[in-house]
Design a protein around this ligand. Structure first.
Ligand code: BG6
Length: 478
């Protein structure tokens, strides 16, 4: 379904995110017929460039980052025609009247702040000062949204000076992933799971986001952040919220975000013994974390595992184990919900018994897998075995499942439609930092050092203990 025609200004339009995600995403939506041709997409950045230069940059980025079988030369040419460029001084006056002239006066106006957060205030002020934005305009901001509670509050306050909460779209691209949204459909459109979705029946939950890439090339940024700030405070927190939240009364932005906020507020502080941090070592001809960070004494973690408890009626007694890291064995993200033992076993075959596990695969090979017990086929008596009810979206949904839109495509279209459900509200971000800050302060005060782990492994050995201690084990990363 096409969206209304819009004017979209991408501040930081020549940057990495614009090239990798925003422009390719917009092209794919244009290809899908979702973007009306009287829309305007305007790149704005410091670089001195004309429309033709920006169009060349965009074309090259699309060819590089969109699959070759999705490149249609005629459609690409028509898309490129929608693009123009303004060289702008975010902190001065240069370029603003030119920008105003380039806007097509579509009613839907969105401004993507793909720039350093320190410029948010300057941009917001000038957009209003030059009469380019009004009370219907939308702004899009990216993580990192602050590096602690104080800075997140400050950013919220800066934006609130010029924009109402209903105009601010804070992106967490995990919320745009197809399977992440599917989590809500699975939970709330089926009667099957929800009655079991509580500590009485769920033994524990594991959330894994494993990556094979290191931080080479972005070590300077990453070293000031670390896995806790880069992945846990935002992406993993969002996954945890979608698993743990109460059913919202309606699939509506504030109803959903109210429920997520309640989960974050119910998180217990994390004990030092429930945290394992790691740094990848050098290996396979590649440098280690400290080489990439450019600091031989860095204590920033490229891996973290945590045991998180939620103090509410539904989840008390069901720990959530979270882990994420760089340079691990495989790129895989999944959520695994492990159910408890049946109250009584009528079978003698205790050995064959395994817990039911519902695995939701976020990437790659998006899908779901429910591990169930059955009788082992054959005449050997009542022996038990576990089999997967395996649903790969690519298989059950055919082509549609194979061509799952990128998170950014979905989210940018939601901005244009004015739907904030998949964006973080200011209070949510602040609550997430309020939980994160003491954890980081704790290890800084104690002077904890991250453990080294081999590249291509599953992370530091100590992380195994985090679960062994509780009589549980991590699922294999593969
Ligand atoms: C980003 C982090 O937000 O998410 C990166 O800054 C990380 O460090 C990336 O690699 C992971 O995203 P995805 O979509 O590849 O799982």
């Amino acid at each position: 379904i096409p969206v209304d025609p819009f004017d979209l200004v991408i501040f930081g339009g020549t940057g990495d995110l614009a090239k990798r995600k925003i422009l390719p995403g917009l092209y794919r939506r244009f290809l899908a017929g979702q973007i009306p041709s009287d829309s305007a997409i305007i790149g704005a950045a410091r670089a001195d460039m004309d429309d033709a230069g920006f169009r060349d940059l965009a074309r090259a980025a699309i060819v590089e980052f969109v699959a070759a079988d999705r490149i249609d030369d005629t459609v690409l040419a028509a898309f490129i025609e929608r693009l123009s460029y303004v060289s702008i001084d975010a902190q001065g006056s240069g370029g603003w009247s030119a920008l105003k002239k380039k806007m097509r006066k579509n009613t839907v106006r969105a401004f993507y702040f793909s720039v350093a957060p320190s410029l948010f205030g300057d941009l917001a002020e000038r957009l209003h000062g030059h009469g380019i934005a009004d009370e219907d305009s939308r702004i899009v901001v990216e993580k990192p949204f602050g590096r602690d509670l104080a800075s997140a509050r400050e950013l919220n306050a800066v934006l609130a000076r010029h924009f109402a909460e209903g105009q601010i779209y804070r992106i967490d691209h995990y919320l745009g992933k197809e399977t992440v949204q599917n989590l809500m459909a699975v939970r709330f459109a089926n009667i099957l799971f929800e009655p079991l979705w509580k500590s009485e029946y769920v033994d524990h939950v594991q959330i894994t986001v494993a990556e094979t890439v290191g931080v080479d090339g972005r070590g300077a940024y990453y070293d000031k952040s670390g896995a806790m700030r880069d992945m846990v405070q935002n992406h993993m927190m969002q996954l945890l919220c979608l698993i743990a939240m109460e059913p919202p009364y309606h699939f509506d932005p504030d109803a959903v975000r109210d429920e997520k906020l309640k989960v974050i507020r119910a998180l217990d502080p994390v004990l030092p013994e429930d945290i394992v941090r790691g740094q990848y070592l050098a290996g396979s001809g590649q440098g280690g974390y400290r080489d990439h960070a450019g600091d031989a004494a860095s204590r920033t973690e490229s891996y973290i595992a945590l045991k998180v408890n939620i103090s509410n009626w539904r989840w008390k007694g069901t720990p959530f184990y979270l882990r994420t890291g760089k340079r691990l064995r495989a790129r895989t993200s999944e959520i695994a919900i492990t159910f408890r033992e049946p109250p009584h076993s009528i079978f003698d075959d205790a050995e064959g018994w395994r817990e039911n596990v519902l695995v939701i695969r976020l990437q790659p090979n998006e899908g779901m897998n429910l591990m169930v017990m059955i009788k082992e086929p054959g005449p050997g008596g009542m022996r038990l075995t576990q089999v997967p009810l395996d649903m790969s979206f690519a298989t059950v949904l055919g082509e549609e499942g194979e061509d799952i839109p990128d998170a950014y495509e979905r989210l940018i279209m939601d901005v244009i439609r004015g739907n904030q459900t998949l964006f973080m509200r200011g209070d949510e971000v602040e609550a997430a930092w309020a939980w994160t800050d003491p954890i980081i302060e704790g290890w800084e005060k104690r002077g904890d050092r991250p453990r080294g782990y081999d590249p291509g492994s599953s992370g530091p050995e100590d992380a195994l203990m985090l679960m062994h201690r509780d009589g549980r084990r991590w699922r294999e990363i593969r």
